[in-house]
Design a binder for this molecule. Structure first.
Ligand SMILES: Nc1ncnc2c1ncn2[C@@H]1O[C@H](COP(=O)(O)OP(=O)(O)O)[C@@H](O)[C@H]1O
Ligand SMILES: [Mg+2]
Length: 483
């Protein structure tokens, strides 16, 4: 039982709140998207920097090529170096990089580092440049880091006479980038932390109502149907709370009704039994054997037994109705004929009280009903009208249709029902005047049986009544029952 009502100790270990799950999901999403965005931004910045640097370097390389192209072709190699190398050195200082100039054979005519002068230099970029292509490349050396190589051909009168190779370190770009990356990382982690805190606070606030639900459900499980859930937010939880409160109210009502019903049944059954007991005991203690007294007492006993029988029959009918909710035997029924039959059957009862029972029907009405059950519902109401009308009164039954309804009106000029009781007369065992209706043999179950039957037919019973003037009952049954 404990396990059903709450969370068992064992389960507590596994318990992970929805809040945490949602926060982790949010964070996962945020981290993934930030990661993607950061990588993208970082790449983009690197590309922009490098492209800028490449074009800068290429411009320089072209300027150098242009300056030295006429000296490369000098016939004497030495002379060429004398002219070319100082130019290479000058520009090399300006761009803070190395410049190597080669002639069309690949022999170095200028090297700002003076390392390869006179040697043949066959670097990929140089080879490409000697073929007429401008090319750039980035290399990552262990000792120097990132280095950009750019080579351009030197052209005189449309003839390639040599090439210039410029190599500059671009470590500064990577340093800047790593600085930017650090900033991005710092901003991202701040973002993530803020999102985590805000979403946790927000979710904590949003999920507070769940705790109230759990509390209410737990106390409901313990049999307390009074715990309502109060939620002020205007969201799904509010709807849920409204539905929950409606449900708990209904349950409370059902619980009360059930208790009341059991109490009422016991009470109602006990009354005739006590009477029988009392009557038979007084008979036993009778000394004289007056047959008339015996007969009178026996008549009373028989009446009480009948009453007991009535109550039990009606209780059984109610139980059957509860059980048979789905077994309604619908038949297309000619209501005029059904009512004629009922009125004829009840005429003797009315005549006994000199009551005029009439039936009026302006139109022929055929609808789908369970004739046996509907008959019972109508009989109960006409019987009441007769029962609660004084001698020489009037009970008028009318059949007519109005919109989608087929209406059976039962109107009497009897004692009427006080306004305060109008709502209760359909409750089980309810009687306006307990003493009087017991005398008339009422059990207080008739109207609740009628109400149930009409409800099963998707209809309603309405009442109008004025005390001392009479009552009108309207049995309304839809003429298009949805099966
Ligand atoms: N036509 C009526 N006129 C006056 N009172 C009525 C009428 N019909 C029903 N009532 C009141 O409603 C109560 C409930 O009716 P019902 O369920 O049929 O029980 P009962 O067995 O007492 O007839 C009755 O006890 C009576 O007080
Ligand atoms: Mg009755």
């Amino acid at each position: 039982m404990v396990i059903i009502l709450g969370i068992s100790h064992k389960e507590k270990y596994k318990f992970v709140s929805i809040r945490w799950k949602l926060v982790s999901t949010y964070l996962l999403l945020v981290i993934t998207s930030l990661l993607i965005i950061n990588v993208f931004i970082s790449r983009l910045i690197l590309n922009i920097y490098i492209e800028q640097r490449k074009s800068n370097v290429l411009i320089r390389a072209n300027i150098v090529s242009n300056d030295i192209k006429n000296f490369i072709t000098l016939s004497s190699a030495k002379e060429a170096i004398v002219y070319v190398n100082p130019i290479a050195e000058k520009y090399s200082k300006e761009i803070r990089g190395r410049i190597i100039v080669v002639d069309k054979e690949g022999i170095v005519k200028g090297d700002s580092n003076k390392e390869y002068l006179g040697e043949t230099f066959r670097h990929t970029e140089i080879r490409n440049a000697l073929k007429g292509q401008t090319s750039t490349n980035i290399y990552n050396f262990k000792e120097y880091g990132h280095v950009l190589y750019a080579a351009v051909p030197a052209i005189v009168h449309n003839r390639i006479v040599g090439a210039t190779l410029v190599s500059v370190s671009i470590n500064d770009i990577y340093k800047d980038l790593s600085h930017i990356n650090q900033n991005l990382f710092f901003i991202s982690t701040t973002c993530i932390a803020l999102i985590a805190i805000i979403s946790f606070i927000f979710l904590d606030f949003s999920f507070k109502p769940l705790e109230r639900f759990t509390k209410a459900i737990n106390s409901m499980a313990k049999g307390d149907f009074k715990q309502k859930v109060h939620i002020n937010t205007n969201d799904e939880f509010k709807n849920m709370a409204d539905a929950f409160n409606a449900m708990i109210m209904k349950l409370d009502q059902v619980d009360k009704q059930r208790n009341e019903f059991v109490a009422n049944v016991s009470h109602e059954l006990r009354t005739p039994i006590s009477s029988i007991k009392l009557l038979s005991e007084s008979l036993l203690h009778q000394d004289e054997d007056n047959i008339y007294i015996y007969k009178e007492f026996m008549e009373d006993i028989s009446a009480e037994a009948d009453r007991l029988n009535n109550i039990i029959n009606e209780l059984l009918a109610l139980v059957d109705l509860d059980k048979e909710k789905l077994h309604i035997n619908y038949k297309i029924t000619y209501m005029n004929f059904l009512l004629e039959k009922i009125v004829n059957r009840l005429k003797p009862l009315a005549e006994r009280k000199n009551i005029k029972l009439t039936l009026e029907s302006d139109e022929k009405i055929q609808i789908k009903v369970d004739p046996e059950k509907i008959q019972q519902a109508i009989i109960n109401i006409i019987e009441n009208a007769i029962k609660y009308t004084q001698e020489a009164g009037k009970v008028q039954v009318r059949l007519y249709s109005q919109g989608k309804w087929c209406i059976i009106e039962v109107k009497d000029n009897g004692i009427g029902i006080p306004e305060s009781s109008l709502k209760q007369i359909f409750d089980r065992f309810y009687r306006v005047d307990k003493a009087r209706s017991r005398k008339t043999g009422g059990t207080g179950l008739g109207l609740s049986i009628s109400d149930q039957i009409v409800m099963l037919h998707q209809g309603i019973i309405e009442v109008e009544s004025k005390i001392g003037e009479g009552s009108s009952f309207y049995i309304k049954i839809p003429n298009d029952i949805k099966l």
